[in-house]
Design a protein around this ligand. Structure first.
Ligand code: RP5
Length: 169
């Protein structure tokens, strides 16, 4: 197994059902990744260690997911110059998900977190692959194919709808 290029971390095991979609995408795109739990509030020392060792360990991008008072992505971004993609999660301690979104999105100037949609970890996986794909021609080809498949899927659904009309309710 090649050395991981993407680190996927999340605040709790309860985030895994969402965050595994990023891992699935990276597997599909053949991008080596690692995945673990790092909590900003429950394991702060582990968070510092993860962020400060990430570049030296060979990671190129970090995907960090958290819910509620979602400090993990921003705190990781404060300690590394690797790109950090934040995934807001609608968790058991979320009011309605906006708390997670705004905690990750509203970073101060100088410390960006590329924030995807609520529970949007699949897009986080795609974005991470696209970042790695800027210097990997084979991966860029696989990503182009992925987008081509998205287009073809919409076109064939549209053609089917136009031919058969509304499906029975
Ligand atoms: C956050 O609190 C985690 O990222 C998770 O989304 C949320 C709830 O965690 P658990 O109480 O389910 O462990 O830090």
């Amino acid at each position: 197994m090649s050395k991981p290029l993407v680190g996927i971390i999340m605040g709790s095991q309860s985030d895994l059902k969402v965050m595994r979609l990023a891992a699935d995408l990276l597997e599909e795109m053949e991008v080596p990744y690692e995945i673990t739990i790092v909590s900003a509030h429950r394991t702060p020392e582990r968070m510092v260690e993860y962020a400060t060792s990430a570049r030296a360990r060979g990671l190129k991008v970090i995907i960090a997911g958290a819910g509620g008072a979602a400090h993990l992505p921003g705190m990781i971004a404060s300690m590394t110059s690797l790109p950090v993609i934040g995934v807001p999660i609608k968790s058991s301690n979320s009011i309605d998900g906006w708390d997670s979104i705004l905690s990750i999105l509203q970073m101060p100037g100088g410390v960006p977190v590329a924030t995807v949609a609520l529970d949007g970890s699949k897009n986080a996986g795609i974005l991470a692959a696209q970042i790695i794909g800027t210097s990997d021609a084979g991966l860029a080809k696989r990503l182009d194919k992925y987008k081509e498949n998205l287009k073809n899927s919409v076109l064939s659904t549209a053609a089917e709808l136009e031919k058969s009309g509304l499906p029975k309710a």
